[in-house]
Design a protein around this ligand. Structure first.
Ligand SMILES: [Zn+2]
Length: 345
């Protein structure tokens, strides 16, 4: 096997503000060694060379999946090389996340939050999609803090908390504060499932850093939008509100996200793969809904990218048959997927 991979393309988006014609990306030992004009590329002996007639960009990260309900091999074949699992039993998902780091793994790199912290009897404990262990009930602030420490020790990349008032009880304010302060001590962000009147404000008040779905159950107040934009990121998951149709829920979510983006908030691409008929890999409907929410193409690409294509970034690449700055549905036309310097699709 070659020690390096060299990919050439007529056009690439490397990062914000960097659209480069006649480009070369060199990946060595899994990391980008060079990304830029072909004329300035370093010589590379003993490299596997791939010429792609299309548009090159960083591969996609999906920040909200339930990979146990999906086919990891298809996810990576269709352009998504990294996912964050947002709720699954610890004894299944953390070993799978470890396994996903090996070159032999057929699928994306998996990062995980583990089980979702919830109130006794709270969401998603009784959901049909959620196997036992998908949620972890906390009864008091001390137990909440210990649950966070346990998950941090198992390798969680964030702490997920359920604030779904429409489906059952939610953690008390004291439990929520204990979760957020224990997570801060472990240097982990708290990501909240927010559903039902007033729950976004509760998440904000407790110091939640990320919202797992664009809120869809109510039109948020301007002050809530401003506070969200300053203090949190939102994972989009717009398509689960309609799966390609038109519903009041998707209208509300798109409008909330449009106002959040206008207020300067950071949008992260995420699909909630595993929840209903979301296609594995890049979900073009999600991309088109981000456009409806007012994101320019470059902001959409930023929300989707695993990272900028620069030296020492992950060697994860995606090539499309067309230019998404001209045709946003180009994400339907995946021509090449590279994960960690290996051609995987
Ligand atoms: Zn989910």
């Amino acid at each position: 096997m070659s020690s390096a991979l060299v990919v050439r393309a007529p056009l690439a988006w490397l990062e914000a503000g960097s659209l480069v014609p006649d480009v070369v990306v060199v990946v060595e030992r899994g990391l980008v060694a060079y990304a830029g004009p072909a004329a300035e590329a370093p010589p590379s002996a003993d490299a596997e060379e791939v010429d792609v007639d299309g548009f090159l960009m960083p591969a996609v990260a999906d920040r909200h999946v339930h990979v146990g309900l999906a086919d990891p091999a298809t996810v990576v074949l269709r352009g998504v090389t990294a996912v964050r699992d947002c709720g699954w039993p610890a004894d299944v998902i953390f070993p799978l996340a470890d396994a996903s780091e090996l070159p032999s793994f057929t699928g994306p790199l998996i990062r995980a939050v583990g089980p979702i912290l919830t109130a006794p009897g709270g969401y998603p404990g009784r959901e049909r999609w959620a196997p036992p262990g998908t949620s972890l009930e906390v009864h008091d602030p001390g137990e909440a803090a210990r649950a966070v420490q346990m998950l941090a020790g198992r390798g969680a990349v964030a702490i997920k908390v359920s604030l779904n008032a429409d489906a059952g009880p939610t953690p008390s304010d004291a439990d929520l504060e204990a979760i957020c302060s224990a997570a801060a001590e472990s240097r982990l962000p708290v990501v909240a499932h927010v559903e039902g009147a007033g729950q976004t404000e509760r998440a904000l008040g407790a110091g939640v850093r990320e919202i797992a779905h664009t809120p869809w159950t109510e039109s948020l107040s301007d002050s809530a939008i401003q506070a969200l934009a300053k203090r949190t990121r939102i994972v989009s998951t717009l398509d689960i509100q309609s799966f390609g149709g038109d519903t009041p829920e998707v209208r509300t979510a798109v409008d909330n996200l449009r106002r959040f983006h206008e207020a300067g908030g950071i949008v992260l691409y995420g699909t909630d793969l595993g929840n209903g008929p979301i296609p594995p890999g890049v979900d073009v409907r999600e991309v088109l809904l981000l456009r409806e929410a007012g994101l320019p193409t470059e902001a959409i690409l930023q929300s989707m990218s695993r990272g900028p294509l620069q030296r020492n970034a992950p060697g994860d690449l995606l090539a499309l048959g067309r230019n998404p700055f001209e045709e946003l549905d180009a994400f339907d036309d995946v021509r090449l997927v590279v994960r960690g310097g290996r051609v995987v699709g």
